[in-house]
Design a protein around this ligand. Structure first.
Ligand code: GLU
Length: 326
């Protein structure tokens, strides 16, 4: 009898400790969400981190636990959000347009009808980083060179191909194109294994800092043929890379190129209350959010509703209506 009593008390004690120690994690309705980003030295990865951090602060209130995953980039993220492997993703605005309209990588699969926009984030520019000793000053000098145009799954791969085509360079015939992840580009350039690489990315970022601060001298090569690109594609805009952000690069003046926007997307299948909570927390903590990365300096709440081509998710729309933004 005594033994049963002791056992009973021990079980009860264990139960109390268990409940007391993990109040949030044992929340009956904890919803786990994951954001797909990019390479860890880009801007998508810290962007996912900034959103997750903002949302997780209210974990007890919403029962939402947000995590971040490093991925191959925009195209990978769209596909993972569509398959339900990820709930959110950071995606270039041009890739959002192509996915919802069934273009480029989605030509065979058709329009990704369940893709939903949440908001846009920082501007990204098509950045061509080249070794000075390779004699590359602008994109037309890439003929015959070894160039990383981006891994399949990345946003930049199609931007590189479009930019090259606009100046009459066929990436398959006129140069040696590599399809390596952006996170490896800086190391490959510094090791002399490539002459240049493309990266569609917000500035400043770690990868480009790494590429420009090594022993091998590096410059941003300008992109010519931008007017041709703008006339052909509705989602591209003129852009400049501020030379002052990378003092170790050869450039003294800002560099001409074109750009897109980073956007935050989800699926129609993700519940309204989850998307509402994520949207609300980012917008209600806007000033604190903006401080989380230098690329967010230019953000405005209104601007974050621009550059979206998929329908806005109803959960996000509910917040925008409440806040008078729509
Ligand atoms: N724009 C790149 C892509 O879509 C990622 C840039 C980043 O990670 O900041 O693949």
């Amino acid at each position: 009898m005594k033994k049963i009593l002791i056992l009973g008390m021990a079980l009860l004690f264990g139960f109390v400790v268990y409940m007391g120690a993990t109040p949030a994690e044992t929340h009956a309705k904890t919803t786990f969400i994951t954001i797909g980003t990019g390479g860890i030295t880009g801007v998508y990865y810290p962007t996912g981190g900034a959103i997750a951090r903002t949302v997780n602060k209210k974990r007890k209130e919403y029962g939402i636990r947000c995590t971040v995953e490093s991925t191959g980039g925009s195209v990978f993220n769209v596909n993972a959000v569509m398959s339900g492997d990820l709930q959110f993703g950071v995606v270039q605005s041009d890739r959002q347009f192509q996915a919802i309209n069934g273009l480029a990588e989605w030509k065979d699969k058709g329009p990704q009808k369940d893709l939903r926009a949440v908001f846009s984030v920082h501007p990204e520019s098509i950045t061509l980083v080249a070794a000075v000793d390779a004699g590359i000053k602008d994109i037309t000098d890439l003929k015959g060179k070894k160039v990383n145009i981006g891994n399949p799954g990345s946003g930049q791969r199609q931007n590189s191909i479009d930019a090259l085509a606009a100046v009459g360079i066929d990436y398959k015939k006129d140069m040696q194109a590599e399809g390596i992840k952006a996170s490896e580009s800086a190391g490959l350039l510094q090791d002399g294994r490539i002459d240049a690489f493309f990266y569609t990315v917000g500035h400043p970022n770690g990868s480009i800092k790494e590429a420009t601060s090594g022993k091998r001298k590096v410059r941003f090569a300008s992109i010519t043929g931008v007017d041709k690109l703008l006339a052909k594609y509705p989602y591209y805009a003129k852009a400049k890379i501020p030379a002052s952000l990378y003092p170790s690069a050869e450039n003294k003046a800002d560099v001409d190129t074109f750009g897109v926007k980073a956007t935050f997307v989800t699926s129609a299948k993700v519940p309204d209350n989850v998307v509402y909570a994520v949207t609300k927390e980012v917008f209600e903590n806007f000033e604190a959010f903006k401080k989380l990365h230098p690329a967010y300096q230019v953000l405005t709440k209104k601007g974050m509703l621009e550059g979206l081509s998929a329908p806005i998710h109803p959960g996000a729309m509910k917040y925008y209506k409440e806040a008078g933004l729509k």
